[in-house]
Design a protein around this ligand. Structure first.
Ligand code: GDP
Ligand code: IMO
Ligand code: MG
Length: 433
C-alpha cells in the first residue's frame, strides 16, 4: 500500500511525528512539495530532531528518502540538515534521492522574499522568509534553475547571469555579481550529484516491486496555493494533487490518504482563522501545546477545532482516515468548543468560502462539549482514554465525516493509539486498541 500523509489544517499538525511513526511500514518516504519552510519535529527518546527538507522517514535506517520535483531546494539548507543528522549519528548518504527536476532556491530568492514582504507592509503574508515564494515564481515564470542545470556549466552560467541582471534591474541600487553565485552553485552541484536521479522512474520501479511508499506532505490544506486562504498561503500544492505533480506518480499509485489533524487549530503567519482565540484561552492552548514555530520560533495563533476546515480538507484530499494529534493538550479543560459551521448574516455557511471578505464576516457556530479531568497524555489504548475524550473524538468523526484511526497523545513515538478495525490497522496491520 502506498499512503499519502498530509496536513489538513494550516500546517504543524504533527505530520513529522506521524510519518516517523509509520515509516517502519514503508520502503520509501517521498516529499512532494514545499522546501525548508517546513519544520517537522520528531522525538527519538529525549532527542528532538527538526526535519525541514529531508523526509521525516530519514531516521529509520532501512528506508530510502526521496525529494521530488515539486520541492524547492536550498542546497545550503540541505547540506546543513544532512550534516546535523550526521552529528546525531544518522548517515543518510546512501539512501537519499533527489529529483533532477527539483528547483533550486538561490540566495537572491531569500532577499526577494524579504523585499516582497516589506513592500506589502501591513498586508504581509508572514512568510518564513526562506525564499520559497520567489523560487516558485521563477519556476512558473520559466526562468528557474533546476538541480540538473547545476551540471551544465555553460547553460548554468547563462541562466544565472540573466537572472542576476534581471534582479539587479528589479532592486534599485543592487549590483549583485553573478560570478561568485555561479561558482557556488557549481560546487553545490558537485556535492549533490551522487543523490540526483529520476524520482518518477525510481518510484514507479519501487511500486512495481511491491515495496510500499509513503508520500509526505509539508504545510497544510489551507496553505495550498490553489485551495488555501489565498494570498495567505505558501506557493505550492500541499493538497493531494501535489503528490502526482510533485513526484511524477500516477494517481493510481496512491492507495490511501491519511489526513493529519490537530485536536484544535493553529496557524503561523497572517491570514484568516475563524476560530482563533485571543487572550487567556488562546494562551492556554499555546502554552500547553508548546505552539511556537519550529522554523521561525514565532508564536502560533491558536483556536478551537474547525469542522468547516476539516470537511473541506476531507473533500479536497479524499481523506480515508484521520490521525488526530495533540489530544493531550486539551487535558484539564472544563469545556471544549468545536466549530460546526459559520454564521454569515442570516445564513449558515458550511462550505469554505473563497472570498476573504466573506470569511472575515463569518462568525463560528460552536458546539460545547465537556472536557475531561483524567489525563489522556501518554495513553496508548483507546479504551483507556477518558470517556469524555472518546466522546470528543466521536463527535469530530461525526461532524467531519472521516473516521479517526490514529490518536496521538504526546510527542513521543509511543504516545500513540492505533485503533482496531481502522484504516490504519488495515493498512499497517497493527492495532494497539
Ligand atoms: P508538522 O510540521 O506537521 O510536522 O508539526 P510540527 O513538528 O511543526 O509541530 C507539531 C509539534 O507538536 C511538534 O513539536 C511535535 O513534537 C508535537 N506533537 C506532535 N504530536 C503531539 C501530541 O500528540 N501531543 C503533544 N503534546 N505534542 C505533539
Ligand atoms: P510545516 O510543514 C506552518 C506559512 C508561513 C506563512 C505562509 C507562507 O511545518 O507544517 P512561505 O515561507 O511558505 O512562503 O510562507 O505559510 N507556512 C507554514 N505554517 N507550517 C509550515 O510547514 C509552514 N510553511 C509555511 O507561516 O504564513
Ligand atoms: Mg511544522
Amino acid at each position: 500500500m502506498n499512503i499519502a500523509v498530509l496536513g489538513a489544517q494550516w500546517g504543524d499538525e504533527g505530520k513529522g511525528k506521524v510519518v516517523d511513526l509509520l515509516t517502519p511500514h514503508f520502503a520509501v518516504v517521498a516529499r512532494y512539495q514545499g522546501g525548508h519552510n517546513a519544520g517537522h519535529t520528531v522525538y527519538v527518546g529525549d532527542r528532538k530532531i527538526i526535519l525541514r527538507l529531508l523526509p521525516s522517514g530519514i531516521l529509520h535506517s532501512h528506508v530510502s528518502c526521496a525529494i521530488g520535483n515539486g520541492v524547492v531546494i536550498d542546497p545550503q539548507a540541505l547540506f546543513t540538515e544532512i550534516d546535523e543528522l550526521g552529528r546525531f549519528g544518522y548517515d543518510v548518504s546512501n539512501r537519499l534521492l533527489i529529483s533532477e527536476r527539483a528547483h533550486i532556491i538561490l540566495p537572491y530568492h531569500r532577499e526577494l522574499d524579504l523585499l516582497s514582504e516589506a513592500r506589502r507592509g501591513e498586508r504581509k503574508i508572514g512568510t518564513t522568509s526562506r525564499g520559497i515564494g520567489p523560487a516558485y515564481e521563477d519556476k512558473i515564470g520559466r526562468r528557474g534553475i533546476r538541480v540538473i542545470d547545476l551540471f551544465d556549466r555553460a547553460g548554468l552560467e547563462q541562466e544565472i547571469r540573466e537572472n542576476v541582471q534581471a534582479r539587479n534591474r528589479l532592486i534599485k541600487e543592487s549590483t549583485l555579481d553573478w560570478r561568485p553565485l555561479f561558482d557556488q552553485m557549481l560546487a553545490y552541484g558537485v556535492r549533490m550529484k551522487p543523490w540526483v536521479t529520476d524520482i518518477s522512474v525510481f518510484l514507479a520501479k519501487t511500486s512495481a516491486a511491491g515495496r510500499p511508499i509513503l508520500f509526505e506532505g509539508a504545510q497544510g490544506t489551507l496553505l495550498d496555493i490553489d485551495h488555501g486562504t489565498y494570498p495567505f498561503v505558501t506557493s505550492s500544492n500541499s493538497t493531494i494533487g501535489g503528490v502526482c505533480t510533485g513526484l511524477g506518480v500516477s494517481p493510481k499509485m496512491i492507495n490511501g490518504v491519511l489526513g493529519v489533524v490537530k485536536a484544535y487549530a493553529t496557524r503561523v503567519g497572517e491570514g484568516p482563522m475563524p476560530t482563533e482565540l485571543v487572550g487567556t484561552s488562546g494562551d492556554r492552548l499555546r502554552d500547553g501545546g508548546k505552539e511556537f514555530g519550529s522554523v521561525t520560533g514565532r508564536p502560533r495563533r491558536c483556536g478551537w477545532y474547525d469542522a468547516v476546515v476539516a470537511r473541506y480538507a476531507a473533500r479536497i484530499n479524499g481523506l480515508d482516515s484521520v490521525a488526530l494529534t495533540k489530544l493531550d493538550v486539551l487535558d484539564g479543560l472544563d469545556d471544549i468548543k468545536v466549530c460546526t459551521g459559520y454564521r454569515y448574516g442570516k445564513d449558515v455557511v458550511s462550505e469554505w468560502p473563497a472570498d476573504l471578505n466573506v470569511l472575515a464576516k463569518c462568525e463560528p457556530v460552536y458546539e460545547t462539549l465537556p472536557g475531561w479531568s483524567r489525563p489522556s497524555s501518554g495513553v496508548t489504548r483507546y479504551a483507556d482514554l477518558p470517556r469524555e475524550a472518546q466522546r470528543y473524538i466521536a463527535f469530530l468523526e461525526e461532524i467531519t465525516g472521516v473516521p479517526v484511526s490514529i490518536v496521538s497523545t504526546g510527542s513521543g513515538r509511543n504516545d500513540t493509539i492505533i485503533r482496531e478495525k481502522s484504516a490504519a490497522a488495515e493498512w499497517f496491520g497493527v492495532a494497539i486498541t
